[in-house]
Design a protein around this ligand. Structure first.
Ligand SMILES: [Zn+2]
Length: 107
């Protein structure tokens, strides 16, 4: 497998993790709005809510620990710093969606 193919697979993995994380965020927000409305009416959804909250945290953790295809470190996380919306790797500066041919490898 060449560098370009492994980068494409890595970005495809990132895209899948990002989509799952965004879906989990939407589910979390929907659950919160229903839960708040039901708590106000005296009903509770905590059994369903537990799965929604755990799914949300699992999906976002999976996104944040995704490894950079160039340097192998966590793309969105450094010690004491985390940014799941970063446009480039927080370790090597590889721009999001770039391949070895289009990346600026200068540091
Ligand atoms: Zn990197």
């Amino acid at each position: 497998m060449n560098d370009s193919t492994s980068h494409e697979l890595a970005w495809r993995s990132y895209r899948r993790r990002r989509n799952v994380a965004v879906a989990a965020l939407l589910a979390f927000v929907l659950f919160l709005s229903f839960a708040i409305a039901d708590v106000l009416r005296g009903q509770y959804w905590w059994d369903i809510g537990l799965f929604v909250v755990l799914g949300f945290f699992a999906a976002w953790t999976r996104l944040v620990i995704w490894k950079c295809p160039q340097c192998g470190n966590m793309f969105f996380s450094r010690p004491w710093r985390e940014n799941p919306f970063a446009r480039s790797c927080l370790h090597c500066g590889l721009p999001k969606w770039s391949t070895p041919n289009s990346a600026n490898r200068g540091a």
